[in-house]
Design a protein around this ligand. Structure first.
Ligand code: ANZ
Length: 815
């Protein structure tokens, strides 16, 4: 039968009506509990792909569900509009990044509307709008005031051929070459701005106020990387202090050499003439590697002797000082004591270069006479100290604490904590970003631009071709200004801000995107904050989600918020892959285009399919055959919803069954949507559809039961397929809008299965079948089975060896 369901007509009609009636306008209403649902804002690449649909439409269904459950739900949308791709596209096609970006945004707004999501467009925020970046700049100044922003020399990746600095994602391959021209990248030192994320390292490790996936918490914890140990001061023979950080002060007596990072400032001073050439060459080579390369555990260890010696403060031993790239300048103090007997890297290094290995932790079962160690013994829990003076015999589990106390007493060292987390480098030598609002005065140094002069506008007439400099440096009108304090001719900062800065606070700007007086309206903030439910991809587990937490804590310091965390709950969706199971990409030709699907099937079917085809947090391959299931579902719903039901004379026969299914499905969908289990929710709705189709065919239920079933079907489907349900709701003469109806509740009594047939097996053979009440727990079912006369007969008075209940329907007895 051809259905007269025309999704495109239905969808256009309701999208228009929703807009005209401001159905999704979300305003403060203190009589209702609030729910701030946020999904990660897109980058305006110009085309909404299926990944956006996958991230956003289930989030929208969840937001709609919360609304029907009686919450005042805010669900905003915007664009993370600054960044490199706009500049690259501009260089390639010779269009201005602003033009490219805003044209893309316009196109994507239309595409986003086609989803039928409940976005409140009046709350839209676009980070490249002067109205927005004015506040990004204002936040920069606030961070300066709080001493959370500072300037420091730091290395950037630089392509000597393109003559430009490169972002991390523009450096490719193991040989670290330029994405554009293939030339190996070098490091260049520049003065850059940093935010002190490290000030919050400890607080960022505390997840007690947020319900985030374990995986994200673990990734953040590792990213922050807290280690406890001791700072210990060694001295060179000449008397220069060398500070080291160690997590194992208990192994100090086993330190047989020291290693400095090749960039360590002391290297130049201590290197002997004989070693100078080798040291210089090694240093130059180390420059080319990233910290990540250098830390890779399975890289062969290399290094060079400096010719100098240090004195171990605990036993006055004279030990050689080497440089090696496995020691990083960016961690601890950039120098280590090497304990080859108990550290794997040091063991490998000592073995390679013939350096001394002294065992200071004796593993249980090992004897003095067992000969040299074959590998580093690294346990912190088992064994005792040897060759360690007064500490000989101390259990290793207690040794760190005891030795640290002794070091403090002797004034050689002290307890210390180190973090892997680095301060956040926010300077970008790029055009398409928010200008850093600072003026450099010859007398006053770095002076923030006064508030009344914000925003520092990004000029449009800029040569942004790669030249090796920040493009704004070449704009005379932008560059030259006067000092806000003394009016002397001064220069503006010409770097722009990392776009992660823009996205660290966008959830606040949504609250009042047109506010000219504050970054966000405090009244809106008091009502809506924090975000109750955030959804987005796992790829943001560290950077974005650490930056926005840092930002919120800093905003608390600014007195702007009273919350400690930006987002109470987080849920990560998976990814839609191509039909071939691979990541979608143009070159593979496996890209699924949502616009075409919407034309062909309608947005509701695409939404239902995306929610149905896989568990949302897992994702999986797209399947064109698979979409037929949801397509049929919506056609059937249309069929049922538009059907004039007339019960037959002996109707009511199947009342109980349809009512039961209705209430069971309401219960199931409620629980599933609560837990983001969209696929099982759609499956349950399909079951209800089946039961309704059966009733339709038999015309064997009462009108009341039929109406309840159909209304419930539409209500539970409304968050998933918002247009068709709205249309059928209206056709059935119900009040506008279905999306403002209370979520249906279920009656436990009605949902209860009447009875089940309990199958009892003994040693795998069916021996009895017992009719019993449904929904009893396993213990009760065991008792019922064992009480059966037939079973007792088979057991012949012996207790069973084992009784297993399977799925509440089967009892397996082992005799
Ligand atoms: C001596 C020692 C003996 C160490 C031993 C370990 C085991 P985590 O746990 O990651 O914090 N280290 C310190 N600074 C370093 C740097 N800048 N680059 C490379 N390695 C560095 O690691 C701390 C340990 O890593 C420190 O403890 C130090 O080696 C090394 F049986 O000191 B240890």
């Amino acid at each position: 039968m051809m259905s007269d369901y025309k999704p495109n007509d239905v969808e256009a009609k309701w999208q228009k009506q929703w807009e005209e009636t401001a159905l999704y306008r979300q305003v403060i209403d203190k009589s209702m509990p609030k729910h701030y649902a946020l999904t990660m804002l897109p980058y305006p690449s110009g085309d909404l792909h299926i990944g956006h649909w996958y991230a956003m439409t289930p989030s929208d269904a969840r937001a709609r569900f919360m609304r029907m459950r009686g919450y005042n739900v805010l669900f905003p949308m915007g664009f993370d509009a600054f960044g490199l791709p706009a500049e690259n596209a501009a260089i390639k096609n010779n269009v201005h990044p602003a033009k490219w970006t805003f044209a893309n945004i316009e196109r994507m707004r239309g595409q986003l509307r086609s989803m039928g999501a409940m976005f409140d467009w009046e709350r839209e925020a676009v980070s490249a709008d002067p109205d927005y970046y004015r506040w990004t700049q204002w936040f920069f100044k606030k961070l300066m005031e709080l001493n959370l922003a500072y300037r420091k020399m730091s290395a950037v990746d630089f392509c000597p051929n393109c003559n430009t600095t490169l972002a991390r994602e523009q450096v490719w391959g193991e040989d670290r070459h330029c994405e554009r021209c293939g030339t190996p990248v070098i490091k260049k030192d520049l003065e850059q701005w940093f935010f002190k994320t490290t000030d919050y390292a400890e607080e960022l490790l505390d997840f007690s106020q947020i319900e985030w996936p374990e995986r994200v918490k673990v990734m953040q914890t590792n990213w922050i990387g807290r280690s406890t140990g001791a700072d210990v001061t060694f001295h060179t023979e000449q008397g220069d202090p060398i500070e080291i950080f160690t997590t194992r002060p208990d192994t100090l007596w086993g330190a047989t050499f020291m290693v400095l990072a090749p960039e360590h400032p002391l290297v130049a001073k201590i290197t002997t003439d004989e070693q100078l050439a080798a040291v210089t060459e090694y240093r130059d080579n180390a420059q080319k590697l990233t910290d990540i390369d250098r830390e890779t555990a399975d890289r062969e260890k290399t290094g060079v002797f400096t010719g100098a010696y240090a004195i171990n403060p605990v036993n006055e031993a004279r030990i050689p000082i080497w440089i090696a790239d496995y020691v990083l300048m960016t961690y601890g103090s950039g120098a280590i004591m090497a304990v080859p007997a108990h550290d794997e890297r040091d063991f490998e290094f000592a073995t390679k270069y013939g350096l001394e290995i002294i065992e200071v932790i004796r593993m249980p079962g090992r004897e003095e006479s067992d000969g040299p160690l074959e590998a580093a013994y690294t346990s912190k829990y088992e064994g005792h100290l040897v060759n360690s003076g007064a500490f000989d015999g101390t259990a290793v589990a207690e040794a760190v604490e005891k030795v640290t106390a002794w070091l403090e007493e002797k004034g050689i060292g002290k307890e210390a904590i180190n973090y892997r987390l680095r301060d956040w480098l926010i300077s970008r030598q790029r055009y398409w970003g928010a200008p850093i609002p600072v003026i450099y005065c010859p007398d006053h140094g770095a002076v923030p631009v006064p508030d009344e002069e914000l925003p520092v506008m990004l000029p449009e007439d800029v040569e942004f071709m790669p030249t090796g400099e920040s493009p704004l440096k070449l704009h005379e009108g932008f560059l030259h200004t006067n000092c806000p304090i003394c009016d002397k001719p001064s220069l503006r900062e010409t770097d722009t801000m990392d776009t992660f800065m823009c996205s660290s606070w966008y959830q606040y700007r949504y609250l009042s995107p047109h506010d000219g007086e504050h970054p966000f309206d405090p009244e809106e903030g008091a009502y809506w904050l924090p975000v109750d439910q955030y959804t987005g991809g796992i790829e943001h587990a560290t950077m974005h989600l650490i930056y926005t937490r840092f930002f919120t804590k800093a905003m608390r310091e600014m007195g702007l918020v009273t919350i400690d965390e930006p987002m109470t709950a987080l849920y990560n969706q998976g990814m839609v892959l191509g039909e071939d199971g691979e990541k979608m990409s143009k070159s593979r030709g496996n890209v699924v285009a949502p616009d075409e699907l919407v034309d062909k099937f309608g947005a509701d079917t695409v939404r239902a399919y995306l929610m149905f085809f896989a568990k949302w947090n897992q994702g999986g391959p797209w399947n064109y055959d698979g979409i037929k299931g949801p397509e049929r579902l919506l056609n059937d719903v249309w069929d049922v919803g538009t059907h004039e039901y007339a019960p037959s004379s002996e109707a009511a026969g199947a009342n109980r069954n349809l009512r039961r299914k209705t209430h069971q499905v309401i219960r199931k969908v409620t629980q599933d949507l609560e837990g983001f289990s969209f696929n099982t929710a759609v499956a349950a709705i399909m079951e209800l559809r089946n039961s309704i189709l059966d009733a339709k065919k038999g015309a064997n239920v009462s009108t009341a039961v039929w109406n309840e079933a159909v209304a419930s079907l539409l209500l539970v489907l409304a968050p998933i397929a918002p247009h068709i349900t709205e249309e059928l709701w209206a056709q059935r003469g119900r009040e506008y809008s279905i999306h403002q109806q209370p979520w249906p509740t279920w009656d436990e009594e009605a949902a209860k299965e009447d009875s089940i047939t309990l199958v009892v097996q003994i040693n795998g053979k069916v021996r009895d079948k017992i009719e019993t009440e449904a929904g009893q727990d396993d213990e009760t079912l065991k008792e019922i089975a064992l009480a059966s006369e037939k079973v007792q007969g088979w057991l012949e008075g012996n207790p069973p060896r084992k009784v297993i209940v399977v799925k509440g329907r089967l009892v397996n007895i082992v005799k």
